[in-house]
Design a protein around this ligand. Structure first.
Ligand SMILES: NC(=O)c1ccc[n+]([C@@H]2O[C@H](COP(=O)([O-])OP(=O)(O)OC[C@H]3O[C@@H](n4cnc5c(N)ncnc54)[C@H](OP(=O)(O)O)[C@@H]3O)[C@@H](O)[C@H]2O)c1
Length: 274
């Protein structure tokens, strides 16, 4: 299978929040056509609503949906993955590729319920995918190769950046980039409160905080410079920033963030299915 998505038939099993974000982005960018895309949900009335919204065929029969599909994206909740894989198993061949976005579901669990040699890719996207600013990590299962990773990369590149990792790192990815938007929102909310405390209107404070975070993140991504170096460039000797940094150090911001990621990774490991 070439890694060009055009002409590929794709079935999205579980077109909920995350499934719909990816499906809509692929259609909008012309990487998939509505004609060659199908989706499923659990409830008949949701199928009707999603079909009207997504402008593709949406049903409730997973086994039917995967017939003739080149790529099958599993977007159901983690606890439903096994049931869905069992339903489609008899229709699946090694010529197809399964891409699962379910958190804490190892590729081995999916492979266990499929015929032998079916390529499985596991992906962990995050919510900023809805604006094309997502971060997705992907890893391959036992029977997937570089070509399957390339197909998955092309798919997730339409909703942001994609990185390929070994599966052993997926809990760490969950803890950093999948849960990460929540940490950043807390930081933004707190910075905005700081702005309000020193007299800024709340909307201005929120804009300043969010655009500053966006700009700082862009500089890191585009220059490749180490964040510590970039921080030093803002910190004038005996200026204002160093006083703020002393407060952050006293408040143990760094170690708190490090410990937050460690805790979330431990929890992701505990939650692993299968
Ligand atoms: N949201 C995130 O930030 C995020 C990030 C990374 C990974 N993920 C992963 O993405 C997956 C989906 O999360 P979500 O937030 O998109 O959940 P969601 O909005 O609840 O979507 C789940 C969808 O699965 C459908 N469904 C349930 N059982 C089904 C079945 N047997 N066959 C076919 N469809 C079925 C549901 O249909 P109905 O609408 O009819 O109930 C719903 O549309 C999860 O595994 C999660 O770990 C989510």
């Amino acid at each position: 299978m070439g890694n060009d998505l055009s002409g590929k038939k794709v079935a999205f099993l579980g077109a909920g929040k995350m499934g719909s974000i990816i499906l809509q982005a692929l259609l909008k960018n012309g990487l998939l056509s509505a004609k060659s895309t199908v989706a499923t949900v659990a409830h008949q009335e949701r199928a009707k609503a999603q079909s009207a919204k997504l402008k593709v065929k949406v049903g409730t029969n997973n086994a039917e949906a995967v017939k003739g599909a080149d790529i099958i994206v599993i977007g159901v909740k983690p606890q439903v993955v096994e049931e869905v894989v069992r339903e489609i198993s008899s229709q699946i061949t090694p010529k197809q590729i399964i891409i699962s976005v379910a958190a804490s579901v190892p590729t081995s669990m999916i492979e266990k319920h499929l015929p032998t040699n079916v390529p499985v890719i596991r992906a962990m996207p995050n919510t900023p995918c809805q604006l094309g600013a997502g971060m997705t990590a992907i890893c391959k299962g036992k029977h997937a190769g570089p070509n399957h990773l390339a197909i998955a990369s092309r798919l997730f590149d339409v909703v942001g950046r994609t990185v390929i990792v070994d599966e052993k790192h997926m809990d760490a990815v969950t803890a950093l980039s999948a849960s990460g938007p929540a940490y950043i929102y807390i930081i933004l909310e707190s910075l905005a409160e700081g702005g309000v405390k020193v007299g800024l209107p709340r909307d201005v404070a929120t804009l300043l905080a969010a655009q500053t975070a966006f700009g700082a993140a862009r500089v890191v991504l585009e220059t490749g410079d180490h964040p510590a170096l970039l921080k030093d460039a803002v910190t004038t000797p005996a200026g204002c920033t160093i006083d703020a940094i002393m407060e952050l150090e006293e408040g143990k911001l760094r170690v708190t963030l490090i410990k937050a990621v460690v805790k979330a990774a431990q929890r992701a490991k505990e939650l692993a299915f299968g």
